[in-house]
Design a protein around this ligand. Structure first.
Ligand code: AAT
Length: 285
């Protein structure tokens, strides 16, 4: 693309597109899996797009990365071993590694080029990849899970949308693999789309999670540069006594400052599970 305006036109959200004014195109390539684009925007710092879909901008990435990380981590009594599927930009790894109980993080992203490009252009996110707790593996998350059983306390799926390389990560068979890869009492969280535009996607992802896990919930957060400005996560737990909306780990304001957490706190955690009526009704169907 040339300088001007980037518009996120996509069949996943017909008839609506968020636009960002671009000051400079920093990088553009076609990898083995997807079209990778990094731009400097006028209003949101640098932004990463894959196949024409905004993955993150420096201005609002913290909401998504903190929420997809701390909702499951703070619902677990001792999250020592964590797997991240996707997340090649490093944003989730950065947050997960901050949690004091986390000892070891494995990140598996399908596209080594996303990792390399983010290391070069998005250091505020990719610093998470350099944390000594984090090990990186390049490959398909679905295939990776087939070979890992009973290993993780928390698995976070920070995947792109269900077109292209991430398609399999939205299937029920993927949720079965997630369950098998968890230790007893383990928790999963996955990117699950927005109810405003993609209620069908939200419903089927939630259904898969609810079918496979004894406890399942949908939580929402605000990310201004994602379609509709909102995104949701499905969470599933093997512990049937748990209330995912009540964190068992509560960070004090001092903890949150020290960890440079800008969006998440325990009140935001609880509130994320309070759903509008149309969403609650849609998920009940
Ligand atoms: N951290 C927010 C950005 C993402 S990135 C999603 C990542 O998932 C990408 O790096 C992509 O290479 C990786 N990915 C896609 N498919 C697979 C797969 N099968 N296995 C492992 N990694 C995969 C999420 C953006 C959300 C956008 C919402 N509209």
């Amino acid at each position: 693309m040339k300088s001007g305006w980037f518009s996120e036109v996509n069949d996943l959200w017909p008839g609506v597109a968020l636009s960002l004014e671009v000051e400079e195109v920093l990088h553009s390539e076609r990898s083995q899996f997807q079209e990778i684009l990094v731009v400097k925007t006028k209003s949101h710092g640098k932004a990463l797009m894959l196949d024409g879909i905004i993955q993150c901008t420096e201005k609002d990435e913290m909401s998504y990365h903190e929420m997809i990380s701390y909702l499951p981590l703070c619902s677990h009594p001792k999250p020592q071993h964590v797997l991240i599927v996707g997340g090649g930009d490093g944003g989730v790894a950065r947050e997960v590694a901050k949690h004091p109980d986390v000892e070891h993080v494995t990140l598996v992203d399908i596209d080594n080029r996303v990792i390399e490009v983010c290391r070069q252009y998005l250091p505020r996110l990719s610093l998470g990849l350099n944390n000594p707790k984090v090990n990186i593996s390049v490959g398909d998350g679905f295939e990776f899970l087939r070979n890992h059983r009973g290993e993780y306390d928390v698995i976070i799926t920070d995947s792109s949308d269900p077109v292209g390389p991430a398609e399999n990560l939205f299937k029920q068979s993927y949720y079965e693999l997630l369950k098998a890869a968890l230790k007893p009492g383990g928790i999963i969280a996955s990117q699950a789309g927005t109810a405003w535009l993609n209620m069908d996607q939200v419903k089927f992802t939630f259904q898969h999670c609810r079918t496979v896990f004894p406890v399942a919930a949908y939580a929402i957060t605000s990310v201004p540069t994602y379609p509709t400005g909102q995104i949701g996560f499905v969470l599933g737990s093997l512990n049937d006594k748990i209330n995912l909306a009540e964190p068992v780990k509560i960070f004090s304001d001092e903890d949150l400052d020290r960890m440079s957490i800008m969006y998440y706190n325990n009140k935001v955690h609880q509130a994320a599970f309070a759903l509008p009526r149309f969403v609650e009704n849609g998920l009940r169907e």
